[in-house]
Ligand binder design. Structure first.
Ligand SMILES: [Zn+2]
Length: 441
C-alpha cells in the first residue's frame, strides 16, 4: 500500500482541539501516524507533501445530500426528467461535492430510487470522482402528505413513494433496501411548500415510522426523517430514527427527549434554504422574500435558531448541509452552512467545523473511524490556503482548497514540495504536480 506524508501543516484534527503544527503519515487508506512536530522532509514515504504551514483539516460531510438536485426550482424539475438523464445530474453533484472538499455525502432523498446508488457504485469503483456516499432513497410519504403530487383527476407520481399503513411501509422500505439504498427517508411532517400540510402538521403515524425503522435496521440501513413538527420529531425519537432533518418546532419535552437520545441521533437543521429565501437569494427563481413571508419562512427561521441553539447547548450532534442543488444554491456551496451555524445557532468556529467534519463522519460510519485526524482513522482530509477559524467563508472558495484526499487517494493536489505560505497562509504555487488530477486508492 502506498504511503503519503503531509508535513509542516497546521492541523485541526476535527475534535475541537486547537490546531497544532505537525504532520500525518497516511498508509493505504488510513492515518498511520500523527506527528506533533513539523515532521521530517526525508521521511520514508512514497510521496511527501509539504503543506507550507497551511491549515489541514478532515474532509467535510454534506449531512443531508440530494445528489440529483441540480438547478431545481419546483418539484416538477424532480419528477419530469428521466432516470437516464438524472443520473448524470447526480454524478455532477457528486463531482461538485468532492471538488468543494466534501469527502462524504450522507444521503437524504433523491428524485428517483437508484440515482445515488448508481453514482455511489461508480465512485466506489473509481470510475467517477465523488465523495463517500451513503445513498439516499426516494422519499417515502403518505397519501396527502408532503411529496404526494397526485390528485383524484391526475394520478401522476410525485418524487415520492406513497404508502398508507405499516404493511405498505414495510414493503416500501424493503424495496429501497433491495435496490441498494443506504439511507431511508421518511416524510413525517408537513412542509411550507405544501399548503395542505404546513410544517406544524404531522402526516405519518407512529406505527408507520416504527415499521420503517424496524425494517430498515433489520437490513442494516439507517432511517432519516423530514420532520418539522413537534409531534413528528417526538415520534421519530421514540421510534428509533437515526437522522432528524429540519426540526424547527420544539417544546421542552422534545428538547429533553433529543438530549437523552444524543448519542444515537444526528440532526441536520438545513438552515441554508430558509436563509436564502429570507435574504432574497431565491428571488431570481420567483421565490422572493415577500412570497417567503406569506409561506411563513421568517418565522420558521426564527424557530430554527431557537431550537438548534438549545440543541447545541445540550450537546446534540448537528451536521451541516442539506437542501442545496436549487437554482439559487448550487451543489458544492454547502460550506456556507458553517457561517450560518455560527450566526444562527451560536457555534464557535471550532465547533462549527466539528459539525462539518467529526459529526458528519460519525453519521457516515457508526464505527466512528471517519471525521477526525487521529491514528487509525480513515484518511479523508483537505489542506486550505487560509484559516477557516478566522474566516469560514474561505471554505466556499474551491480555489483555496489546495489538497483534497479521500480514502488515502489524492483527488487534488496543487502543493509544491517545500512550498511556503505567506503570513496569511496564502501563496500555494501551482507549478508542479497533478493540478486537478484524480487518483483513487
Ligand atoms: Zn432535503
Amino acid at each position: 500500500m502506498a504511503t503519503t506524508l503531509i508535513r509542516n501543516a497546521r492541523i485541526f484534527d476535527g475534535t475541537g482541539a486547537a490546531p497544532f503544527v505537525g504532520g500525518l503519515l497516511v498508509d493505504g487508506n488510513r492515518i498511520k501516524t500523527v506527528f506533533r512536530t513539523i515532521a521530517q522532509r526525508d521521511a520514508a514515504a512514497d510521496l511527501v507533501v509539504d503543506a507550507g504551514g497551511r491549515f489541514l483539516m478532515p474532509g467535510m460531510t454534506e449531512g443531508h445530500a440530494h445528489l440529483s438536485f441540480e438547478n431545481v426550482a419546483a418539484t416538477e424539475d424532480l419528477i419530469t426528467p428521466s432516470p437516464e438523464e438524472q443520473v448524470f445530474a447526480a454524478a455532477r453533484g457528486a463531482r461538485a461535492l468532492i471538488d468543494a472538499g466534501f469527502t462524504s455525502a450522507y444521503g437524504a432523498s433523491e428524485a428517483k430510487l437508484r440515482l445515488a446508488v448508481a453514482v455511489r457504485n461508480e465512485v466506489d469503483a473509481g470510475r467517477l470522482p465523488g465523495p463517500r456516499i451513503r445513498a439516499g432513497s426516494m422519499e417515502i410519504s403518505v397519501t396527502g402528505g408532503m411529496g404526494d403530487e397526485s390528485r383524484e383527476h391526475n394520478p401522476r407520481r410525485g418524487p415520492s413513494i406513497i404508502v398508507d399503513g405499516p404493511e405498505e411501509m414495510r414493503k416500501a422500505v424493503r424495496l429501497c433496501c433491495r435496490e441498494g439504498c443506504d439511507n431511508i427517508k421518511l416524510d413525517v411532517s408537513g412542509d411550507p411548500f405544501y399548503p395542505n400540510t404546513p410544517s406544524h402538521t404531522t402526516t405519518m403515524s407512529f406505527e408507520e415510522i416504527r415499521m420503517a425503522v424496524d425494517t430498515a435496521h433489520a437490513y442494516g440501513r439507517r432511517v432519516n426523517a423530514h420532520t418539522r413538527s413537534i409531534a413528528g420529531t417526538k415520534m421519530c425519537v421514540q421510534a428509533g430514527a437515526d437522522g432528524l432533518f429540519h426540526c424547527e418546532h420544539s417544546d421542552e419535552e422534545l428538547l429533553d427527549m433529543m438530549e437523552a437520545a444524543k448519542d444515537r441521533i444526528v440532526v441536520a437543521p438545513t438552515v441554508a434554504l430558509f436563509h436564502q429565501i429570507v435574504k432574497g437569494e431565491a428571488s431570481g427563481s420567483g421565490l422572493t422574500s415577500e412570497i417567503g413571508g406569506f409561506m411563513g419562512i421568517p418565522r420558521l427561521l426564527e424557530e430554527s435558531a431557537k431550537t438548534h441553539t438549545e440543541l447545541r447547548k445540550r450537546g446534540v450532534r448537528h451536521v451541516i448541509g442539506g437542501d442545496y442543488g436549487f437554482r439559487w444554491s448550487r451543489q458544492g456551496t454547502q460550506a456556507r452552512d458553517i457561517e450560518f451555524f455560527i450566526d444562527y445557532y451560536g457555534y464557535s468556529p471550532e465547533d462549527a467545523l466539528v459539525c462539518a467534519t467529526r459529526n458528519g463522519g460519525w453519521a457516515m460510519r457508526p464505527q466512528r473511524d471517519l471525521g477526525t485526524l487521529g491514528e487509525g482513522m480513515l484518511a479523508d482530509m483537505i489542506v486550505v490556503n487560509g484559516n477557516p477559524l478566522d474566516d469560514p467563508r474561505i471554505l466556499t472558495d474551491t480555489e483555496q482548497l489546495v489538497l483534497i484526499m479521500k480514502d488515502g487517494g489524492l483527488h487534488k493536489n496543487v502543493l509544491e514540495a517545500g512550498g511556503a505560505a505567506d503570513a496569511n497562509g496564502r501563496g500555494a504555487k501551482r507549478t508542479t504536480a497533478a493540478a486537478d488530477t484524480h487518483e483513487f486508492a
